[in-house]
Design a protein around this ligand. Structure first.
Ligand code: HEC
Ligand code: HEC
Length: 271
């Protein structure tokens, strides 16, 4: 009798313990390990999974040959503004395979028929949110979302010339895979993880100059994850010139100030 009670008691205890462990893991997962991807990064992954890069080239930056097309190649997202006036046009291209205004043009129809490749309409395969993510990715890749402030613009330029955009993606906005790192990706500058890593300008400078902030360098748990990752933030102290850090910081501040917007004037769509 006593042993039965004891067994029931210990099973209950065990269940409680398991529940507690489960909750602790859940808390750790949601606060520390759970990936928090931006729309741009979700769009990049979506584009990869939906065959966009087969025609538009690696990350949409180098369209493949398209015999029969006047330009001879599929457009790259970098030449976006020859095809789209704004975000809404980009959405229509992806959803319908053409914009409403261009669909009316006889010359467009002729050149489409003459070419080997056609832009598929993804509206039936993907839902509105997935298409929004693709639009965010295409807009980020196009480079059309540029800061008006000249210092921030210079920062974007330096990020590209110094090679930052290799790991951090176009404009510092991708989350490329980084195996064995804490979240599994290189944190983008406009992502929700950024404030965890960079509290202020001082920490930003530390990351760029030394490849790590002092706060992270002194934290054994953070150091463990930084060390076991494949990609590491390099130290640029010897390579940044006077004014570079100001410019980079201005750019990142602009990026984080809200959703960047394309600045193209309406009516730039070519016939
Ligand atoms: C079979 C090849 C092919 C695939 C796959 C493809 N595209 Fe296209 N895309 C084209 C062609 C060709 C054009 C030019 C359309 C025209 O002029 O009629 C185009 C045009 C576009 C445009 C407007 C022009 C520009 O700035 O590049 C966007 C945006 C675009 N595609 C995005 C996408 C996205 C996003 C995907 C994947 C979800 C995708 N495309 C998949 C061939 C393709
Ligand atoms: C070789 C890949 C690589 C390059 C090139 C690179 N970074 Fe990083 N960066 C990382 C990784 C990985 C992290 C995450 C911390 C870590 O694991 O070391 C990071 C973190 C950062 C952070 C911390 C905040 C955050 O969320 O991203 C900043 C700021 C940063 N990098 C700026 C830059 C700048 C500016 C340049 C160019 C001057 C640059 N990075 C070039 C890989 C790179």
């Amino acid at each position: 009798m006593v042993s039965i009670i004891r067994r029931a008691f210990s099973v209950k205890r065990l269940l409680q313990l398991l529940l507690l462990l489960g909750l602790a893991w859940l808390a750790l997962w949601t606060t520390v390990f759970r990936p928090k991807l931006t729309a741009v990064e979700r769009g990049r992954r979506m584009a990869e999974q939906n065959g966009c890069f087969g025609c538009h080239g690696p990350e949409g930056t180098q369209g493949i040959a398209d015999p029969g097309r006047p330009s001879g190649a599929v457009p790259s997202y970098r030449s976006l503004m020859m095809y789209a006036r704004n975000e809404q046009d980009v959405r229509e291209w992806i959803r319908d395979g053409v914009t409403a205004s261009r669909a009316k043009s006889e010359s467009w129809r002729k050149s489409r028929e003459a070419a080997a490749l056609r832009m598929p309409a993804f509206g039936k395969r993907l839902n509105a949110r997935q298409i929004d993510d693709l639009v965010a990715f295409v807009m980020a890749t196009s480079g059309e979302e540029a800061p008006e402030d000249s210092l921030a613009l210079a920062g974007r330029e330096r990020a590209s010339n110094l090679g930052c955009t290799g790991c951090h993606g176009v404009g510092g906005r991708f989350a490329r895979p980084n195996p064995k790192s804490l979240k599994g990706y290189v944190p983008p500058w406009d992502g929700p993880d950024f404030p965890d890593l960079v509290r202020d300008r001082h920490e930003f400078d530390e990351w760029v100059e030394h490849g790590v902030s002092r706060r992270f360098d002194e934290n054994p748990m953070a150091k463990y994850f930084l060390r076991r990752a494949v990609l590491h933030m390099p130290a640029y102290e010897r390579f940044v010139k006077e004014g570079d850090l100001d410019a980079l910081w201005a750019y990142v501040t602009w990026l984080r100030s809200g959703r960047p917007r394309a600045t193209a004037a309406p009516g730039s769509e070519s016939p």
